[in-house]
Design a protein. Structure first.
Length: 565
């Protein structure tokens, strides 16, 4: 649940730290005080779009931080997937500058806003105008129905979608193989040219390394030969005036050997010299072998240069390395063979396609039957909720129509329809024009779906539009029922809703030194009574309205004790 909100320089809020508790939290205040700003700040920190106009006038940046307790297993899974450390808290912060630069962090790790949205969707759900649009749009109704019956439909949908994706792959493959008029023949010729060109080059994976090594030797053959001859002379040949190192060392060993009997300490020296002597002898053999194989060959050097040039030209066309070039050849060779034999392959794919279509139809019909059963259960659940909020004369229908068109979600078109008054025909949800009816319908739907998503916190914004009296009382009790298992926030102007709150927050606005400031604070019982009295009587709070407010709170408290989930 949402534990704390820290806001800096957001719209009319200069600096605000506010803590929240579980249960039913109500926010109220004068019109224009800034209740919507608080919801905007929460929306912002959870990853919604942001306008620089919301940065407080005269400031360079805005900052919002939200601290949540970690209660949802799905949240933990996503945090682990994103390699974000988590204990028992999720701390989300977002900072945006006038320059447009924005920084989002979760538990101290910087993340993309797209990732932030995924994480925050498991923490808090804002039920306002945007959510209404999602529920009203008929194209989303199939997702809500499937979500409600997820446990039953999951295996069926997984099986169907596996076949659906395979069908899509086959159709794309057939299209690629048949190609457009004339394009296929051109592509066959082009592939053949590339295959022949690469194959005729007889490339080998390690060829470049060998060529580079030979090139270095041949291009430096004269220098290498002179150096090796000089080394060989000093080590082994010598000349008439100077002994070679090899012969000189042999002389030293013979002479020092003569001292062994008289002076035993030279044995160690002799042993060390003998080891050096044999090492030099080995080096002389190696130099002689290399020297005999190093020669300058102009034709071979020319061949190596041209071969390196050829390989580089192939690398520009086909791949960064010889391995990439050969892999490319093998890949287009398969495509070439497929295209040459395309008629046979297409026929084979068509047979598989027709078989898949039949299988998909069977799977789609199974899903349709199951959806119809789930729809009946969902209708009953939603109708019960509609009855509770004063729409007992309404008829709610989940239409599941089987169509002759494959989609990712099957063969069904799903639409939620309602008739709110006897004798009126069923209409799609988007055609409901009464604000009061729409608010209650949305609350009923949300009540049914809220326990499915296991999101710990829910905000109801603008839920009291167009309602009052007994209906407002029913709406209040319904939201309080939800707050038994979820942390609920509600922005309201209605005393019937405010009186049943567990915590009540007052949003106010003040002007100081020609600047406007929005403040939020938690009210005590006396302040809550006064605020509800203000809601009842308007600007004039009298002894009578205060008594009425107290009575409302007492009645609400007695109802709260009797409300069960």
């Amino acid at each position: 649940m949402l534990l704390q909100l820290n806001i800096r320089n957001f719209a009319l809020i200069e600096s605000l730290t506010i803590s929240f508790e579980k249960g039913f939290n109500v926010l109220s205040g004068e019109t224009g005080a800034g209740k919507s700003i608080l919801i905007d700040a929460i929306n912002y920190v959870l990853g919604s779009k942001f306008s620089k106009d919301l940065i407080r006038t005269g400031e360079n940046k805005t900052f919002v931080e939200a601290i949540f307790s970690l209660e949802n297993s799905r949240t933990i899974e996503i945090l682990k997937e994103q390699d974000i450390e988590c204990d028992d808290l999720v701390i989300i912060s977002r900072e945006t500058f006038q320059s447009g630069k924005s920084i989002a962090k979760v538990n101290g790790k910087s993340i993309l806003v797209s990732v932030l949205k995924i994480i925050s969707s498991t923490l808090l759900d804002i039920h306002g105008q945007h959510e209404n649009q999602n529920l009203l749009s008929s194209e989303n109704h199939i997702h809500y129905l499937d979500y409600y019956g997820e446990e039953i439909l999951k295996v069926l949908l997984d099986t169907y979608r596996e076949k659906y994706y395979r069908l899509s792959d086959i159709e794309n493959k057939i299209c690629d193989l048949l190609g457009k008029d004339g394009e296929k023949e051109k592509l066959i010729d082009f592939f053949k040219y590339q295959i022949d060109e690469i194959s005729s080059a007889n490339l080998k994976e390690n060829e470049e390394q060998d060529l580079e090594e030979k090139y270095k030797i041949l291009s430096n053959a004269e220098k290498i030969n002179n150096t090796l001859n000089s080394c060989y002379k000093h080590l082994h040949s010598g000349d008439e005036n100077v002994l070679s190192i090899y012969d000189g060392l042999a002389t030293v060993i013979r002479e020092i050997s003569a001292l062994e009997e008289a002076f035993p300490r030279v044995k160690e020296i002799k042993s060390s010299l003998e080891e050096a002597y044999y090492n030099i002898e080995g080096s002389i053999d190696q130099i002689r072998s290399i020297k005999e194989n190093v020669y300058y060959d102009e034709k071979e050097l020319e061949y190596i240069n041209s071969r390196i040039f050829q390989i580089n030209s192939y690398k520009k066309k086909y791949g960064k390395t010889i391995k990439n070039i050969l892999e490319y050849r093998d890949k287009i060779k398969l495509q070439y063979e497929e295209m040459i034999n395309s008629n046979q392959i297409v026929e084979k794919l068509k047979k598989e396609k027709f078989k898949l279509i039949e299988e998909l139809r069977i799977e789609g019909e199974k899903i349709h039957e199951e959806r119809c059963r789930i729809a009946e259960k969902l209708e009953v659940k939603i109708k019960n909720e509609l009855n509770f909020v004063g729409l007992e004369k309404s008829i709610f229908k989940v239409g599941v129509d089987l169509e002759d068109k494959f989609t990712l979600n099957g063969l069904d078109k799903v639409q939620f329809c309602i008739s709110t008054n006897p004798g009126e025909p069923l209409k799609s949800l988007e055609k409901v024009v009464s604000g009061g009816e729409l608010s209650r319908i949305m609350l009923a739907l949300k009540t049914v779906f809220v326990d499915k998503d296991q999101i710990p916190s829910v905000i109801f914004d603008e839920i009291d539009t167009g309602i009052s009296g007994r209906i407002a009382q029913c709406v209040a009790e319904k939201m309080y029922t939800i707050s038994k298992n979820h942390q609920v926030f509600c922005v309201t102007h209605l005393p019937q809703i405010a009186c049943i709150s567990d915590m009540h927050y007052w949003v106010s606005k003040e002007v100081k030194d020609n600047k406007t400031y929005t403040k939020v604070r938690k009210m005590d019982e006396k302040e809550k009574e006064y605020e509800i009295a203000r809601m009842i009587g308007g600007s004039e709070v009298t002894k009578l309205t205060l008594e009425h407010a107290k009575e409302l709170i007492e009645l609400a408290n007695s109802k709260k004790n009797g409300i069960k989930v």
